[in-house]
Ligand binder design. Structure first.
Ligand code: FPP
Length: 244
């Protein structure tokens, strides 16, 4: 029995939820605090959401932590976020992983610092055998960048004679994406009232259902996730077909 009666799986709830965690800056600003204060509050929210997943029947959770465009922020904010990720992965994620959570990272690691990359690698290896919630953290991730990197690798395989151009189709290309081992997201949530997808999981979300909600990320709760999963369960997904 789940602890909280409001948190329960819908029989047709989403198996894979992806979240664009937006609104940390505005949350901090509303309190007269620096933006990083909001990012720290946002990071604390992640645990509650990850821990709610099993009761909601959400097997895969993918969260957008840092985009390829986020480097355009001030040096102070970028450095603060990188330091937050390092600390978070080293400490908080250990606590999360105890509950059989498997953690993966997607995105381009090239621009990240070596200490952060080492922590990411370590957490991936450490949680490799975990069979509970499959948590994917998108860090220095951009959908277009991912498709470009995938295409580069695919082109190399063609050049090396491992793949024939005529065999490239909708089944082949996703095998080169960072998400190759994950199912497509069923539900994509964006917090903070912005109705954009901001380069998140472009290929993978072709048939996802979207929820754009006003809540700022640091205020997002497991109850709200539960409500969105219930509402998803009531939707009729046809994938372009006509209902029989
Ligand atoms: C968007 O809010 C949020 C981010 C760019 C960073 C997301 C990071 C976290 C929630 C923290 C930690 C996550 C992990 C996995 C450790 P914003 O700054 O764009 O807010 P604004 O639109 O109000 O300015």
């Amino acid at each position: 029995m789940p602890k909280d009666p409001e948190i329960a799986a819908h029989p047709h709830g989403p198996g894979h939820v992806a979240i664009i965690m937006d609104g940390n800056g505005r949350w901090a600003q509303a309190r007269g605090r620096p933006r990083l204060f909001g990012h720290h509050a946002g990071a604390r929210r992640v645990r509650e959401v990850v821990e709610a997943c099993p009761a909601l029947g959400v097997k895969y959770l993918t969260i957008f932590a840092f985009s390829t465009e986020n480097w355009k922020r001030t040096q102070v904010e970028v450095a603060g976020l990188m330091s937050l990720f390092r600390r978070y992965i080293a400490k908080e994620m250990q606590a999360i992983a105890v509950n059989n959570v498997r953690v993966r990272f997607i995105g381009d690691r090239v621009r990240l610092d070596t200490k952060l990359i080492a922590l990411m690698d370590q957490l991936e290896v450490q949680t490799e055998g975990n069979t509970g919630t499959q948590l994917t953290i998108a860090l220095n991730y951009g959908g277009r960048d991912e498709v470009a990197r995938a295409t580069k690798r695919l082109a190399q395989d063609v050049a090396d004679g491992k793949l024939r151009p005529e065999d490239v189709d909708e089944e082949t290309l996703p095998k080169y994406l960072d998400t190759c081992v994950l199912p497509d997201p069923d539900l994509v949530i964006r917090t903070s009232g912005e109705a954009r997808i901001s380069n998140f999981l472009l290929w993978q979300s072709a048939y996802a259902e979207y929820e754009f909600i006003d809540t700022l990320w640091p205020d997002f709760t497991a109850e709200e996730l539960s409500r969105l999963c219930q509402s998803y369960g009531a939707r009729d997904r046809r994938f372009g077909a006509v209902k029989a």
